[in-house]
Design a protein around this ligand. Structure first.
Ligand code: SAH
Length: 485
């Protein structure tokens, strides 16, 4: 059991804080003290972003443990037949038993352990990927940090749930703090956790939480930041950089479920959010209603396409928030955004590498970097989030924007994700580890450009491990996500 002393050790990175550190792979920096982790991330930001200006000191967490309010566990059996729940071991589908994780919400972890213990007395068994038999595949728990609401999602292979009501009652007896239970049915032979069909078994099927004074609905599939404490720090920094007065027209590009736009709408004249994922847009619209925000609209579509249209119509924006995925933004979006001439751009990024590339473009095209603030959203992992404030230079201090096609091509090429980003995506979404060799094999198969001699076999009959089908599928999904295909 975690007590104060072990938590303190984890914070300090003393000893082997986690028994599955090497098998899980989730905490890349856990062997460093938290202070060292922060210095490491600061140095990374300075290296990549220092040429644009002073990098403020990274804002870390006071208590950098148990911050994950979304916890997911896979269910299976050991070779000896014991039921286990936890994470997939690196590069395999063997499950590593995790009862407690230093990143995860403690209550969520306890609920998952108790669900595991309830399975045998209820004669419910974990799903077996090889035989396709069994019931429970995953459990997902989401906790509303401020509201205390808890949602349990039982991901099952089949819709039938024998003794469902008794099972739920037993679980609620152990954890009366659970406010809703949902069954998600995923019969597909896939690494995706959630399936399409859902049944609400108890409560209202979603939870709510508050963020910067707004209420958000979190449904089983909704995208929602997992570290609520640091998300507020991040958004407050973004709002401080935007310095809204109530008169501005604001664009929230890559808006997800509308969080940044909704927080901004309280201090702006009008906000438009644009987002590619239709489910997120639906959630954004209901979030606007829930918060009685009448000065905000959401557009479902590609941020680049939409910006081009607005720029062609001669629309202007005063402040632009942009929070793209790891692959960063693209020239299509930025060229049109620049035409809309916002006085300020607040760029929120989860990848300092692609941020540096995009800042270079914005700086070349009339903007000046004023502030760079890193925030540690994911302690013990190698990720770092950064908020940048840019302001428009006076028109006579820069030459008007002209993009030639060569430049567009070059920047589009630079926008390609790195192999590490593809690996990261595949790991996060499918729990699979893939090698650069496998990525290059899949890219070659799809006719995509791969560095000339990159991982090619040395001779025609040389034997190389071939990418397994499941990993190939996951890599293809990643390439789609990064818009490479
Ligand atoms: N601002 C939100 C979400 C950021 S994640 C928040 O703070 O929670 C990045 C979002 O960009 C995702 O929701 C993703 O679906 C969206 N996205 C990715 N590519 C896009 C594109 N080309 N146009 C619009 N949105 C896109």
């Amino acid at each position: 059991m975690a007590d104060k002393k072990t938590d303190n050790n984890k914070r300090q990175g003393k000893g082997n804080a986690c028994p599955v550190f090497s098998k899980c792979g989730g905490c890349q920096l856990q062997n460093m003290t938290y202070d060292r982790q922060l210095s490491f991330k600061q140095a990374k930001c300075i290296k990549l972003l220092g040429r644009f200006g002073h990098v403020e000191e990274i804002i870390g967490m006071k208590e950098p443990v148990h911050y994950r309010c979304k916890v997911q566990a896979a269910f299976g059996r050991t070779r000896g037949g014991k039921i286990v729940s936890g994470v997939y071991q690196s590069s395999s589908h063997r499950i590593v038993l995790v009862d407690e994780c230093m990143l995860e919400n403690k209550k969520a972890d306890k609920i998952i352990v108790d669900i595991r213990k309830l399975l045998t007395p209820f004669r419910l068994y974990p799903y077996d990927e090889d035989t396709g038999r069994g019931f429970l595949r995953h459990v997902l728990v989401r906790v509303g940090y401020h509201t205390g609401e808890i949602m349990v999602v039982l991901v099952t292979a089949v819709p039938q749930f024998p003794r469902k009501n008794d099972f739920i009652n037993e679980l609620l007896k152990l954890h009366p703090e659970i406010t809703t239970v949902v069954q998600n049915i995923n019969p597909a032979h896939t690494s995706m956790v959630l399936g399409k069909d859902e049944k609400i078994l108890f409560g209202r099927g979603y939870i709510e939480d508050t963020l910067c004074g707004c209420v958000f609905r979190i449904s089983p599939t909704a995208f929602y930041q997992i570290n609520p404490i640091q998300t507020e720090v991040l958004y407050n920094t973004a709002m401080e950089f935007a310095a809204l007065t109530g008169n501005e027209t604001v664009m929230d590009a890559y808006c997800g479920v509308g969080t940044i736009g909704l927080v901004a709408s309280k201090q702006a004249k009008f906000v438009v959010g644009v987002e590619l994922n239709p489910d997120s847009v639906k959630d954004a619209i209901s979030n606007a209603k829930r918060n009685k925000a009448e000065n905000i609209r959401f557009i479902c579509g590609d941020a680049g396409e939409y910006a081009v249209q607005l720029a062609e119509d001669g629309e202007k924006a005063d402040v632009l928030f942009m929070d793209p995925p790891r692959a960063g933004s693209d020239v299509k979006f930025m060229a049109s955004a620049v035409k809309m001439a916002p006085k300020k751009i607040v760029y929120i990024s989860c990848s300092p590498e692609t941020l540096a590339r995009d800042l270079a473009y914005l700086v070349k095209n009339g903007y000046k970097v004023k502030k760079i603030q890193p925030v540690d959203m994911f302690p013990h992992t190698s990720h770092v989030e950064t908020v940048v404030q840019l302001s428009r230079k006076r028109p006579d201090t820069y030459i008007d924007l002209k993009i030639d096609l060569d430049e567009l091509d070059r920047t589009a090429a630079e926008a390609k994700p790195t192999y590490d980003e593809i690996k990261d995506y595949v790991f996060k979404n499918y729990g699979l580890k893939v090698s650069s060799l496998y990525i290059s094999q899949v890219k070659r198969k799809l006719g995509l450009e791969v560095g000339e001699s990159y991982n090619k076999p040395k001779s025609a009959d040389a034997k190389q491990p071939q990418c397994p089908e499941e990993k190939e599928k996951a890599i293809i999904e990643a390439l789609k996500w990064f818009k490479m295909i």
